[in-house]
Each structure stands twice: as C-alpha cells, then as structure tokens.
Design a protein around this ligand. Sequence first.
Ligand code: UDP
Length: 243
Amino acid sequence: MPPDTAAEPAYSRVMLKISGEALMGDLGYGLHPPTVERIAREVKTVHEMGVEICMVIGGGNIFRGLQGSAQGMERTTADYMGMLATVMNALAMQSALEGLNIHTRVISAIRMDEVAEPYIRRRAVRHLEKKRVCIFAAGTGNPYFTTDTAATLRANEMKCEAIFKGTKVDGVYDKDPAKHADATRYDTVTYDEVLAKHLGVMDASAIALARENAIPIVVFSLDEPGGFRGILEGQGTYTKVSG
Ligand code: UDP
C-alpha cells in the first residue's frame, strides 16, 4: 500500500542536532553556504508539515575546545571559543532559513543581545508555538560539555518528542560502515546498549540525559534528500535509540 502522505507526522515537536562539520560540505574547514542552504531546505519540508522544530548545531567545523587545549590553550577558554563557533553556525542557518521565508530565532546560552536572544525557556516555547524555528546556540553555556548534551538538554526543556541526529550514515551500525563491508545497521537499540557497546551515537552524558527522560534519539542520514521528512511520515531507514 502506498504511504499515506496526508498522515499526521510521527512527532509534533522535534530537536534536530547536526554537527558543525555537516555545514562544511566538501571543504576541510568552515562553512559552505550551498550546503547550509540544502539542509535548510530539508528543514523547510518538515516545517511545512506543521512540525515544531528546535535545532542545535555543533561548532567542530570551526573550533573544538579539546583540539585547542591539546595545542596548549587553557581548556575552558578553548571551550568558550567552541561555543562561539556554534553561534556563527546558528547565524548561518538562520540566514538560510529566512532566505526560505521561515521565521527563525537564534537563542544563545551566552548573552550577546545584539546578535541573538538570551535563552528564556518560556519565551522559546512561545516561539515554537508560533511555528518559529528555534536554533539554540552556544551549547549549554558551560565548558566541558558538548553540543550533543546541549541538544538533549534543550530537547528536554522544550518537551520535544524526539531528538533527530543527522549524520553521514543512515543509522547506528555495529561497526564503522565506512571501514567494514559487513557492518550491520540496528533498526532499534537501547540507551544501555549504546553506552555498553560504545556505539558512538552521542557522548555518554547526552545518552544518559536522554535515557533519564525517555526521549528517543533517531539517527538518520542528512545526505539523503527528503530523509528528515520521510521519517516523520513513517518511512525511510534510520535507527531509533530508546529504552
Ligand atoms: N562546547 C562547550 N560547551 C557546550 C557545547 C560546546 O564547551 O555546552 C564547546 C566544546 O569546546 C566543543 C565545541 O564547543 O568542542 C563545539 O561543539 P561540538 O564539539 O559539540 O560540535 P560538533 O562536534 O557537533 O560539531
């Protein structure tokens, strides 16, 4: 039977987490505007379904705290630089989304009022209710965390029904599919298995936070055109991490 495209979306409010590297296309560093726009178009197709969308974008395409500290920088300073990198990515995504006529707010965990709104939970919820895409920038605002944890934290606060983790592959595999031809993809996997087998979905604190609040994580490929929307319509390949 053909899929019922008029069906209700699987989730009404979601968090989309993408790494900074997803925005750099084939470049080795920084931002590739056509790639940012391509992802913005994927977001638009889901927005058109009436789904409320939160986003967290990493900063690894510009700066990672751990790399800075490995090269002799003070760790917390390096982490703040990483958080600032996520603000640049958030602004680039806002620009692309607004170019597609989608109202978007960048909400920063570190105050910078000329550039982005400060994070006020109730205000952010209101934006979502008004169908504005909320991009949460500057991670958690604290060093020693990652944007995976920030995405899980905000997903919980915003009462998202699922976290969509967009990656280069279409789910979670038992071994790296880029290196092993016999790698097999899980359709579903538990939080505990992800932690015990070090499956590399997200860092351990993010997984633990998702487990504590029973929020599922959907790992899918961002490179698959229409993939994000397809999952919300009940199609496609992905791995669902849950309890
Ligand atoms: N970061 C941080 N606290 C946070 C989130 C991020 O200190 O709550 C810093 C950390 O240095 C990290 C960098 O920001 O390396 C970029 O984030 P992340 O590595 O999560 O980006 P991604 O790998 O998703 O691109």
